[in-house]
Design a protein around this ligand. Structure first.
Ligand SMILES: O=c1ccn([C@@H]2O[C@H](COP(=O)(O)OP(=O)(O)O[C@H]3O[C@H](CO)[C@@H](O)[C@H](O)[C@H]3O)[C@@H](O)[C@H]2O)c(=O)[nH]1
Length: 467
């Protein structure tokens, strides 16, 4: 049933319980709402509370559907997102998430959206949607090259790669030369430490069913940036694959509002720094470094002599962050350390920021390049190593050298890499190259064209409601 041009869609959104997923899902929801469509955004109470307030003109188009996270043993009651739970215990959060199947099904039955856009964790959702006659799209927050590396649904479900070494080579389904592979330590450290799969379902299997049983796959990237990977992805999936563009977030609608004290303090400090002089340091919402590496990072920043703003996350298992003793006094006014949530997009948009020392989470990459900030890569877990290889392959950014096997790195390499990115003459070409990426990643008018195409596609499939 094709929807007519002037008809509005009702789209349900169901992201994984992680800020790096909730925020881009909300971002695309706002774009749908701006185009006059209706969105039901499904999540848990604490996650909904953490999201940025909706602009008044969109608040009647986006309805938050708050479903309490069912309690399970070993998961503290307030732990509703991946940043509340240590990385090695993420499977417990997934067990609780799986218990949302019933309330989500009830909501979908009651409200009959035309489409549901869902994340990799809800592998159980496609059959539910099919039964209710609701179209279903898997929205990938991983880019096309990372998805290709992971492979077609059949391989994901088979989950045949088991050892860290298996992930350091180009898989057989990639028919061209590629260096998008993991380094040993990027897999080994986490494979070995992660708790047994308490859900019985690995992430690979979740991805496999989520992709394999979808009607379409939406990917937060574009063929201009990853041409060969999009061609391959369509071939591997044998179904419609749509780029969403980079969905550059609007600065004014970032997590914190303008009256926020954290932003006021950070802005005051940034305002005093020279244009393009500051390196912003953040490793996202899930990654954390062992104590000795954190110390090397701190010492490296100190040795670099470059002004820095370091956002250190509050780690769920530690009462206080592991900044080396006396660090803040030694760096004095040259460095600012903030523990806890910061308004990242606003920081990156500030003209004093020139570089971004990042774990290479895809949201951070998109946000940093959208403002032309030079990325300094320190990938830690998930697909962050693959993102780093993709970008380095295009001569974007610089990577902090590490030991291939154990991942150790030293303060001198941190200092040298930061100086190369920020001030050394040898880094000039890199800085120019990154400025050239600003349009592709940050231009909202250009990027929205992808969302327009995606909406046209969703309308063309309309609703397949049976009841
Ligand atoms: O203090 C903070 C911390 C984070 N953010 C925002 O939160 C998001 C974080 O996303 P990302 O940079 O991708 O980091 P993670 O949340 O750590 O990323 C997880 O999700 C990404 C998307 O799937 C993956 O690429 C990563 O590997 C995975 O660890 C970004 O929009 C940031 O702007 C803030 O605004 N303030």
């Amino acid at each position: 049933m094709e929807k007519k041009e002037d008809e509005t869609l009702h789209v349900a959104m169901f992201p994984w319980l992680a800020m790096g997923h909730l925020l881009p899902f909300l971002n695309i929801s706002k774009l749908l709402a701006q185009k006059g469509h209706k969105v039901s955004f499904i999540s848990t109470p604490r996650n909904i509370e953490r999201l940025p307030k909706l602009p008044p003109n969109l608040s009647s188009s986006i309805t938050f559907v708050s479903l309490p996270l069912p309690p399970i043993p070993n998961l503290p009651p307030s732990s509703e997102s991946s940043m509340d739970v240590p990385y090695i215990n993420q499977q417990s959060l997934k067990s609780a998430f799986d218990l949302l199947q019933l309330p989500v099904t009830e909501f979908l039955r009651r409200s009959s959206p035309d489409w549901i856009i869902y994340d990799y964790t809800s592998h159980w959702l496609p059959p539910v949607a099919t039964e209710l006659g609701i179209k279903k799209a898997f929205f990938s927050l991983f880019n096309a090259s990372a998805l290709c590396f992971m492979g077609p649904p059949s391989s994901l479900i088979e989950d045949a790669r088991t050892t860290p070494d298996d992930f350091t080579v180009v898989p057989p389904w990639i028919p061209f030369e590629s260096d998008v592979v993991f380094r040993y330590h990027e897999v080994a450290r986490y494979v070995e430490k992660t708790e047994e799969d308490v859900t019985g379902i690995s992430d690979s299997v979740r991805f496999g069913y989520s992709i394999g049983e979808s009607d379409a796959v939406f990917v937060r990237s574009c063929p201009e940036f990853e041409p060969e990977w999009f061609v391959l992805l369509r071939d591997l999936y044998q179904k419609p694959v749509f780029p969403t563009g980079f969905l550059p977030p609007p600065v004014s609608e970032d997590h914190e509002d303008d009256g926020d004290a954290t932003w006021a303090r950070i802005k005051e400090w940034l305002d005093k720094q020279r244009v393009n002089s500051v390196v912003y340091v953040s490793l996202g919402t899930e990654a954390s470094l062992p104590r000795e590496e954190l110390a090397e990072l701190a010492l490296g920043l100190e040795k670099s002599k470059v002004p820095f703003l370091w956002a250190l996350r509050n780690e769920p298992t530690r009462s206080e962050p592991l900044i080396p003793d006396g660090f803040e006094e030694r760096v004095g006014g040259r460095g600012m350390v903030h523990v806890g949530w910061v308004p990242q997009v606003k920081i990156l948009s500030h003209e004093s920021v020139g570089g971004f020392l990042t774990h290479c989470g895809w949201n951070s990459v998109v946000e940093g390049l959208g403002f032309g900030r030079v990325p300094i890569f320190l990938p830690v877990l998930n697909e962050q190593g693959l993102n780093t290889r993709l970008l380095r392959g295009k001569d974007i950014g610089v990577e902090i050298p590490r030991n291939e096997r154990d991942g150790r790195f030293w303060s001198d390499s941190v200092a040298d890499t930061v100086r190369l990115a920020m001030i050394d003459d040898a880094g000039e070409l890199k800085r120019t190259k990154v400025k050239m990426m600003k349009g592709l990643f940050g231009n909202r008018d250009e990027n929205i064209l992808y969302v327009d195409e995606l909406i046209d596609y969703m309308k063309s499939k309309g609703s397949s409601h049976v009841g």
